[in-house]
Design a protein around this ligand. Structure first.
Ligand code: SAM
Length: 285
């Protein structure tokens, strides 16, 4: 008998994945968690029926959300990850020898526990001496934080439940305060193909707060429709030129120095949408 999992993309779209094994199912205070094995993408973590990460294509997401801001910064010592309870982003951040301290603020302890147990390839960094894990709301963590971090990475899920506030102007304003004077913020902002309104909203907020704002892209096949977007804001450094290169022995699967710069090249529909947003902001004064 074949078993199929219906993964939620948005209210109009579900994707179907053949499943070989259901490994874990739990309901935390915040969400429904599931871990399954699928022949197409390997092991998958789902929250509220939405795919968060899969073993097959997780390097694309985690390498791009971590290495683009970290290589854009000339010397990132202190990094904050908000969300990211699966550990994939943390694993990539810890590859950088310049990084002395990482705070990971995840609201749901059960995501970390499930990842440690079922996704050990991702959850390798939690016991690193440079890491402090806070089980807390990332929105509260940055309230009142001043001049603390070189890079802040918002590795959130979709803007639902406790993650809604991670897409708000007020939150980004607090992140700006938490960043040092040449700090960099990056946030995952969903698919530009399906969620252009959200992309524009985040772009509008970032441009009110930061002098340099650059969206960039990655191809992540398990996130329908495959093209994924990140928004980067920088207080000083142009993020398009990497300041260092990854070591060969990191054996990265997606990120390269060439791809770093290329990822900032946008399709016409994306550039047009953010140009429209910039015009609206200009007119509003
Ligand atoms: N790579 C994933 C994606 O784009 O679908 C997201 C990875 S990670 C699993 C997202 C994490 O953000 C979840 O574990 C969730 O519990 C956490 N999260 C949601 N809202 C949060 C908040 N307000 N503060 C801290 N963590 C939050």
């Amino acid at each position: 008998m074949e078993i199929w999992l219906k993964a939620h993309e948005n209210k109009n779209l579900f994707t179907m994945h053949r499943v070989e094994r259901f490994l874990y199912r739990a309901k935390s205070k915040y969400q429904d968690l599931a871990v399954v094995d699928s022949p197409q993408f390997g092991r998958m973590l789902l929250l509220d029926g939405v795919i968060q990460t899969t073993i097959r294509d997780e390097p694309a997401y985690h390498e791009m959300i971590a290495h683009v801001p970290l290589f854009a910064h000339p010397g990132p010592k202190k990094v904050l990850i908000i969300g990211g309870g699966d550990g994939g982003t943390l694993r990539e951040v810890l590859r950088h020898p310049e990084v002395e301290k990482v705070h990971l603020v995840e609201i749901d302890e059960q995501v970390i526990e499930a990842s440690r147990r079922y996704l050990p390839e991702l959850a390798v960094g939690f016991d690193d001496a440079r890491v402090e894990v806070h089980i807390a709301d990332g929105i509260k963590h940055v309230q009142g934080a001043v001049d603390c971090y070189d890079v802040v990475i918002v590795d959130s899920c979709d803007p639902l439940g406790p993650a809604v506030g991670l897409f708000n102007y007020e939150f980004y304003r607090n992140v700006r305060g938490a960043l040092r004077k040449d700090g960099i913020l990056v946030a995952q902002i969903e698919s530009p193909f399906f969620n252009m309104d959200l992309v524009k909203q985040v772009y509008g907020s970032f441009t009110k707060l930061f002098p340099i704002v650059r969206p960039y892209l990655a191809s992540i096949p398990s996130y329908s429709p495959g093209l994924w977007s990140f928004m980067l804001a920088s207080k000083k450094h142009d993020p398009r030129t990497p300041k260092r290169k990854p070591h060969e022995d990191w054996k990265l699967r997606y990120y390269t120095a060439e791809l770093h710069s290329a990822a900032f090249v946008l399709p016409a529909y994306y550039s047009q949408a953010i140009a429209e947003e910039a015009e609206v902001a200009d007119q509003a004064g």
